[in-house]
Design a protein around this ligand. Sequence first.
Ligand code: FES
Ligand SMILES: [Fe+2]
Length: 453
Amino acid sequence: MPDRSIWTNEALAALVEPDRVHRMAYTDQQIFDLEMERIFERLWVYIGHESQIPNPGDYYLARVGRQPMMMTRDHHGDIHVLYNRCPHRGAQLCSARNGNAGKTLRCSYHAWTFSLDGKIESIPAVNGYDGTRFDKNDPQFQVKRAPRAESYRGFFFASLAEDGPSLKDHLGHAATALDQLIDRAPDGEIEVVGDCFRMEQHSNWKIFLENQIDVSHPGATHESTGYAAMTVESELEQQGEKPPLEYTFLSDFQRIGIEGWDKFGTTGHPQGHCTLEGYMGLRPDDPDTKEYVRRMYAAYGEKRAEEILGTNLHHVLLYPCNSVQPMLQQLRTIRPVATNLTMSEIWLFRLKGAPEAIYDRSLAYYYLVNSPSTMVNADDLFNWWKCQHGLESAGGDWVSLHRNAGHDLPPDERGIIQSAPQTMSELPLRHMMHIWKDYMTDGIAAGYGERRG
Ligand code: FES
Ligand SMILES: [Fe+2]
């Protein structure tokens, strides 16, 4: 391999082959720094949903790459994304993760105050600046704004690059994930439920994205959980009881087994997004679902409601930071901290106008499958941690992505590639590293940046 200290475009490109990736992509500090610069501090990165800051003065802190950012709501109801840094001597303006700043952002150090869009409002004993180069209108004395901040139907993203594709262009066809989260609400609106679960993952951020959509892992990693749930289900059945639907969230891992996951298709989008389709339709024939469908028909008409409900996207990765499960009203976002440390947040949304039972069902999935307290997530976290350790060792240089390599379907007119039917392909893993290589070298294929090196 090339000298680690010189990560030229050629050296970076050499880490990614069509069917394997070099372990340095997961472990090298300089590569991590380049990822922050060329991916996380450049592409559109998720900040949060507007319902996290419903009232004037509300703020929410979110890390974008290495930068401490905050989303604020001003007294006109507008939302801004600012650096969480006072322009006086650099103190962070807000220290709680979220809260209400009141009428202004007031720095705790020397009491400079700023409006919620970052403009300076007042400085105590301001006469002390007479005759100096201080100028209240100079941008250097305002709280710096994210170069670009945009909302997609209430989901706020920021890009720390001045130029590049719009959020809509970056999301492309994968915006369907966010549309689905919203359109499944009979009232056409959603809101976050409480705070999120927040977890420290002791592994590289790419391992998380890969796992979310790796269909060859659930039947193995979650076998013990699936077995336990299936055992309880059959005990209940023997006693003449019908097991609650929620048991299938866990028992499916055992029921489908390892090889059964070849039924579910995966795709890769030109911006790096990926989907897993066809798993867990969640359209059972129970009274609660019937009532929900009735409300959807009433709100949208039968044809449109069936279009919405018939879109079976189990999991969508919005590159580089989100994993969305629209049918379960859940969204995860990751904030990389180090080569081997990633913070993750998982948010649950309520579909306005849907029966309470539908909310309860998604809450059950949130607790049973995605929360830090479930065996499902614990088994995933443990595997990711073990992968990171293995990749940091000298036990081998390459990560294998060979499953069905060379057998994926060619891109369609939108540039989206699909796994061949019945393959359990590692397409999303190969695809994300292929796009990673592009972002890390010149970004041309994805519409970002210019040719470097
Ligand atoms: S550092 Fe903020 S007022 Fe001085
Ligand atoms: Fe898993």
